[in-house]
Design a protein around this ligand. Structure first.
Ligand code: PGA
Length: 249
């Protein structure tokens, strides 16, 4: 870990309706979580109001999993940044690999979402990462360079980057701590090329992809790994809080 304040964010994906959301968050609030770690949870849209109620007096941040770039209009099925901030949502994930691979998200649309979200006052967790084919073809760093290039239009003060190698998401296959640190260092040097080195030095870069209590300490112990974006292991109070505690070490 580094001088940057660690952040552990839970990406619940399409899990937890209203009652499961309330139960999970009430359980999390009963845990004695370390003060030095920022924690954010990202439930599905329909569970956000319930989550906002449970978390209203807590320091746990609330995030959405996606956001549209327009404020309103004929965009069936989309949710605008203002609709989220009006609910007390302070964060949003953008550009998750499942949005990219299953729902046609591109670097350009992810950038549009992120810009609009920041303009509405939301903190953005911007996801990127290479596929297995890209890693095996030796093009990991070309892909990361291309994906990271859109970050230059964003406000780094309200940005967190999440490196999520697609081959490690939900597969039980984790990047080694060396692979994660190497990718994070590369992303930080890309960020330095457009934000400058001081700003890039303060930018938090999370690792995501099968992070669990058993591997969290090793990943989070690396110089350039500033936290985690946690899918499966964020759905259980015990495993999510164990990861949060590992980030405090
Ligand atoms: P996982 O998901 O922890 O279940 O691999 C991470 C993510 O997709 O954000």
């Amino acid at each position: 870990m580094s001088q940057r304040r660690p952040l552990i964010a839970g990406n619940w994906k399409m899990h937890n309706g209203v009652s499961a959301t309330t139960a999970l968050l009430e359980g999390l609030l009963e845990e004695n979580l370390p003060a030095g770690v920022d924690v954010v949870v990202c439930p599905p849209f329909t569970s956000l109001p319930a989550a906002a109620m449970v978390l209203s007096a807590s320091s746990i941040g609330l995030g959405a999993q996606n956001v549209h770039w327009e404020t309103k209009g004929a965009f069936t099925g989309e949710i605008s940044p203002d609709m989220l901030s009006g609910l007390g949502v302070g964060w949003t994930i953008v550009g998750h690999s499942e949005r990219r691979s299953l729902f046609g998200e591109t670097d350009e649309t992810a950038a549009m979402r992120a810009e609009a979200a920041q303009k509405a006052g939301l903190e953005v967790i911007f996801c990127l990462g290479e596929t297995l084919d890209e890693r095996e073809a030796g093009s990991t760093f070309d892909v990361l360079k291309r994906q990271a290039s859109v970050l230059k239009t964003l406000d780094p003060a309200h940005l967190v980057v999440a490196y999520e190698p697609v081959w490690a998401i939900g597969t039980g296959r984790t990047a080694s701590a060396e692979q994660a640190d190497e990718a994070h260092a590369f992303l930080r040097s890309e960020a330095a090329s457009f934000f400058g080195s001081d700003t890039a030095g303060a930018l938090r870069i999370l690792y995501g992809g099968s992070m669990k209590p058993g591997n969290a300490a090793e990943l989070l112990g690396r110089e350039n790994v500033d936290g985690g974006l946690i899918g499966g292991a964020s759905l259980d109070v015990g495993s999510f809080s164990a990861i949060i505690r590992a980030a405090a070490l």
